[in-house]
Design a protein around this ligand. Structure first.
Ligand code: HEC
Length: 116
């Protein structure tokens, strides 16, 4: 009986721990409203107002900026998109030295909200 109670306690704490960990690794911890300003200041020029990759200079780039609302981006995990934003890729600049980690998560949360 005592063992059963321990088991229940153990499983409950596992659920709690995994439940707490999840938001730290996903855009769930970002705030879209705060990300909007970051996006408009730093990303809109290439990715466009709606994230379609049709920003003012975006159209001139090869490869063109990704459509952040398209099926490919939506199928990509938050973790992988965060890596691209932090480290950059091709002509996409790296942002980790320019934006705080929390701002990068906020901007991803905003990008995710564009597709809705
Ligand atoms: C100078 C233009 C430019 C700016 C500014 C820029 N990007 Fe990009 N971005 C690109 C290009 C070009 C690609 C595609 C790179 C490739 O295909 O390898 C890209 C790709 C991405 C991707 C990957 C999408 C995918 O489907 O894999 C994300 C996410 C992204 N950008 C987010 C951002 C965010 C957030 C900002 C602002 C903080 C930003 N970008 C600013 C040009 C830009």
């Amino acid at each position: 009986m005592k063992n059963l109670r321990l088991l229940v306690l153990f499983s409950a704490s596992c659920v709690l721990v995994t439940g707490l960990e999840a938001p730290l690794t996903s855009a769930a911890s970002g705030e879209p409203a705060k990300g909007k300003l970051i996006y408009e200041t730093n990303c809109l020029i290439c990715h466009g107002a709606r994230g379609k990759g049709d920003g003012l200079i975006g159209a001139t780039l090869r490869p063109p900026p990704a459509d952040l609302t398209g099926p490919k981006a939506r199928a990509t995990s938050d973790k992988d998109l965060l890596t691209v934003i932090r480290d950059g890729r091709a002509v996409m600049p790296a942002w980790k030295s320019r934006l705080k980690d929390q701002d990068i998560e906020n901007v991803l949360a905003y990008i995710r909200s564009l597709g809705e």
